[in-house]
Design a protein around this ligand. Structure first.
Ligand SMILES: [Zn+2]
Length: 342
């Protein structure tokens, strides 16, 4: 079984699109034709963005009444993202699904809680491939990205197996799930509906599918991760053309992906709330809120943020990650409360 590569770079775990140019592509992942939705650098850009905003308004109205099958929500058949998501080994389409938890009295807000990564013992999680950017390659030209053609496909999600150095047992997918389940319960108690990308250790779902499902079901998305890289502190990310992780800028990234200015501003606010609440509650160092170019953002149609709570290979951080999960989860719930109750 192929083991997961070692991570030495800051935030490599979140699979920054720009940091994976060397990953080769599996045979049989044919490029598909798609009708472009957003055109960059033309007079249509503004109109397309306005149309996207109007569509978001419609979507958010519909989200108060999503239909589930015994608490499971399936990605709609006509999702524009379907053609870019990973397929089963036999080429068939997997169930792209999320798990919905209803509060006793709904406060009108739905939060998508995403525990980063998945099952470490599922090698297929590292072999299924997904397009980095869910648009036609021709639209990527202004971004000056190398991730086009065959290089434009990478693993859908990466299961990390490096252990927390304080408790020497907990992996990142385990940490993120434990915090997410605590956060889920706190939010339900506050009246939020919660949608989760996974609820167990043996589940895997691609980063693109997480965002696509979030966009159909929820008002905001929070993706929970822990970091490695011999550093210390909390980092919060939101979508932007400048990628803090690689230090590169990708002109037009947000516009090409159809990420609206409104959603960028709201994502920033959400990320800032997360950063300040987590660091104040746990004592983790505040390493700031930054823009990033990540696949989980590329498929996003709602305000979204990704939080690297702390460094699992730093002794001080690792102890907090291991022993202060209640504080981490409650600070995240408070950040979400602040977001909706300005
Ligand atoms: Zn991660």
């Amino acid at each position: 079984m192929r083991r997961i590569k070692k991570y030495n770079l800051l935030c490599a775990c979140v699979l920054a699109i720009s940091a994976v140019a060397s990953i080769s592509v599996s045979a049989g992942m044919a490029k598909r034709k798609v009708t472009p939705v957003i055109r960059y650098g033309t007079a249509e850009t503004t109109a397309a963005t306005q149309a996207a905003n109007q569509q978001e308004d419609k979507n958010s109205e519909g989200k108060s009444n999503i239909i589930t099958d015994k608490g499971v929500y399936y990605l709609s058949e006509n999702s524009k993202y379907r053609q870019y998501l990973w397929k089963n080994a036999d080429g068939s389409t997997p169930d792209y699904k999320a798990y919905v938890f209803e509060p006793e009295v709904f406060n009108g807000h739905t939060v998508f809680v995403d525990p980063g990564h998945g099952d470490n013992n599922a090698p297929e999680a590292n072999q299924k491939r997904e397009k980095y950017y869910p648009v036609e390659d021709v639209l990527l030209k202004p971004m000056k990205t190398s991730m086009v053609g065959e290089k434009g496909y990478g693993v859908g999600v990466e299961a990390r197996d490096s252990k927390n150095i304080y408790d020497k047992t907990e992996t990142e997918p385990e940490f993120s799930l434990k915090v997410a389940l605590k956060l889920k319960q706190l939010l339900i108690n506050k009246g939020y509906r919660v949608v989760m990308s996974r609820t167990d250790f043996n589940q895997n779902i691609s980063n693109g599918a997480r965002s696509a499902l979030a966009g159909e079901t929820s008002d905001i998305m929070v993706s929970i991760h822990s970091n490695t890289g011999k550093n210390s502190g909390t980092l919060s990310f939101y979508p932007g053309d400048s990628d803090y992780i690689s230090g590169s800028t990708y002109p037009g990234y947000t516009s090409i992906m159809g990420i609206t200015k409104t959603n960028i501003e709201l994502s920033k606010k959400l990320a800032e709330n997360m950063e300040s609440n987590i660091t104040q509650a746990t004592g983790l160092k505040n390493k700031g809120t930054h823009t990033a170019v990540l696949r989980i953002f590329s498929y996003s149609t709602i305000p979204t943020c990704l939080v690297e709570v702390g460094f699992a290979d730093n002794t001080t951080d690792a102890k907090i990650l291991s022993t202060k999960k209640d504080e981490i989860a409650s600070s995240m719930a408070n950040a979400i409360d602040q977001y909706f109750n300005k």
